[in-house]
Design a protein around this ligand. Structure first.
Ligand SMILES: NC(=O)c1ccc[n+]([C@@H]2O[C@H](COP(=O)([O-])OP(=O)(O)OC[C@H]3O[C@@H](n4cnc5c(N)ncnc54)[C@H](O)[C@@H]3O)[C@@H](O)[C@H]2O)c1
Length: 256
């Protein structure tokens, strides 16, 4: 745990904060003095992470949200303002995938939900956060994309497309909102050991299956949640105030 205070008094909402990358982002930000809204559809996971943060003496609050629902995203932003008085960083991390499979096996219903959770959520975060950021004269979006945004794996076609959309939205937010001192950046992680791992593999999580993925990563290991959290810390840190529109791979060289 660092005590540098790089995020002293910075208020951050982290969607999908109850697990995986989001959980690590919550801890890393809080360890640097950030005040955290742990936002998740899972009450159990979100409350667990919030409890852990409070136990470390951090300022944190849980908010149950489905990022695909406008009313719930609006209520989350209101709750953050009621608790902390401002919002500096909106981390759009919550996401899902279809299991690795031939593209035509994914149902229309699943496709719609995938795009609601992975893509519409970013639109909704803009709808509800941009007015707050405008009023404050500052604010920052950090969107979690994927190496799938850049370099698609077969069997994940619609997931790949959703993450490609996130990239263009990140860049669009960056150019359109820059005159108002609102930033948007993106992190593209490679495959990591979180609950999503077996979905991406589309097969049992065996040492052989892992070895196949690791073989495609030049630095020779899976991504860790702390890799993503440390990159997010850079974008959240006021020291990166001149950085916007960047979509950064955190992938051990996978996309080179
Ligand atoms: N794990 C990987 O290999 C990997 C690689 C690249 C990108 N990503 C991306 O990173 C992000 C986080 O993934 P993770 O691996 O930490 O996953 P995870 O499954 O560990 O965590 C995702 C969290 O999001 C929450 N969530 C899901 N749907 C939600 C919704 N509609 N509203 C609110 N919360 C919701 C879940 O409850 C869970 O707590 C996702 O956007 C994912 O696409 C993951």
């Amino acid at each position: 745990m660092s005590t540098n205070g790089r995020l002293k008094n910075v208020v951050a909402i982290v969607t999908g904060g109850g697990s995986g990358f989001g959980e690590s982002i919550c801890h890393t930000f809080a360890d640097e003095g950030g005040k955290i809204v742990v936002a998740d559809i899972s009450v159990e996971n979100g409350e667990r992470v919030t409890k852990d943060l409070l136990a470390k003496g951090h300022e944190a609050v849980f908010c149950r949200v489905d990022v695909a629902k406008s009313a719930e995203m609006g209520a989350m932003v209101k709750a953050a303002l009621a608790r902390f008085g401002r919002i500096d960083v909106m981390v759009n991390n919550a996401g899902m995938s279809h299991p690795n499979q031939p593209m035509l096996n994914v149902t229309e219903e699943f496709f719609d939900r995938l795009y609601q959770v992975n893509v519409k959520s970013i639109y909704l975060s803009a709808v509800h956060c941009v007015p707050v950021f405008r009023k404050q004269g500052s604010g920052s979006f950090i969107n979690i994309g994927s190496t799938a945004s850049v370099r698609p794996r077969p069997g994940l076609s619609w997931y790949n497309g959703s993450k490609g959309a996130v990239t263009m939205i990140t860049k669009s937010l960056a150019v359109e909102l820059a005159p108002e001192k609102i930033r948007a950046n993106q992190i593209n992680p490679s495959i990591a050991d979180t609950p999503l791992l077996t979905t991406f593999m589309g097969a049992a999580d065996t040492p052989e299956a892992r070895a196949r993925f690791v073989a495609s990563i030049p630095l020779g290991r899976l991504c860790r949640p702390t890799d993503v959290a440390n990159a997010a810390l850079f974008f959240a840190d006021p020291a990166s105030e001149f950085v916007t529109g960047v979509c950064m791979e955190v992938d051990g060289g996978r996309c080179v």
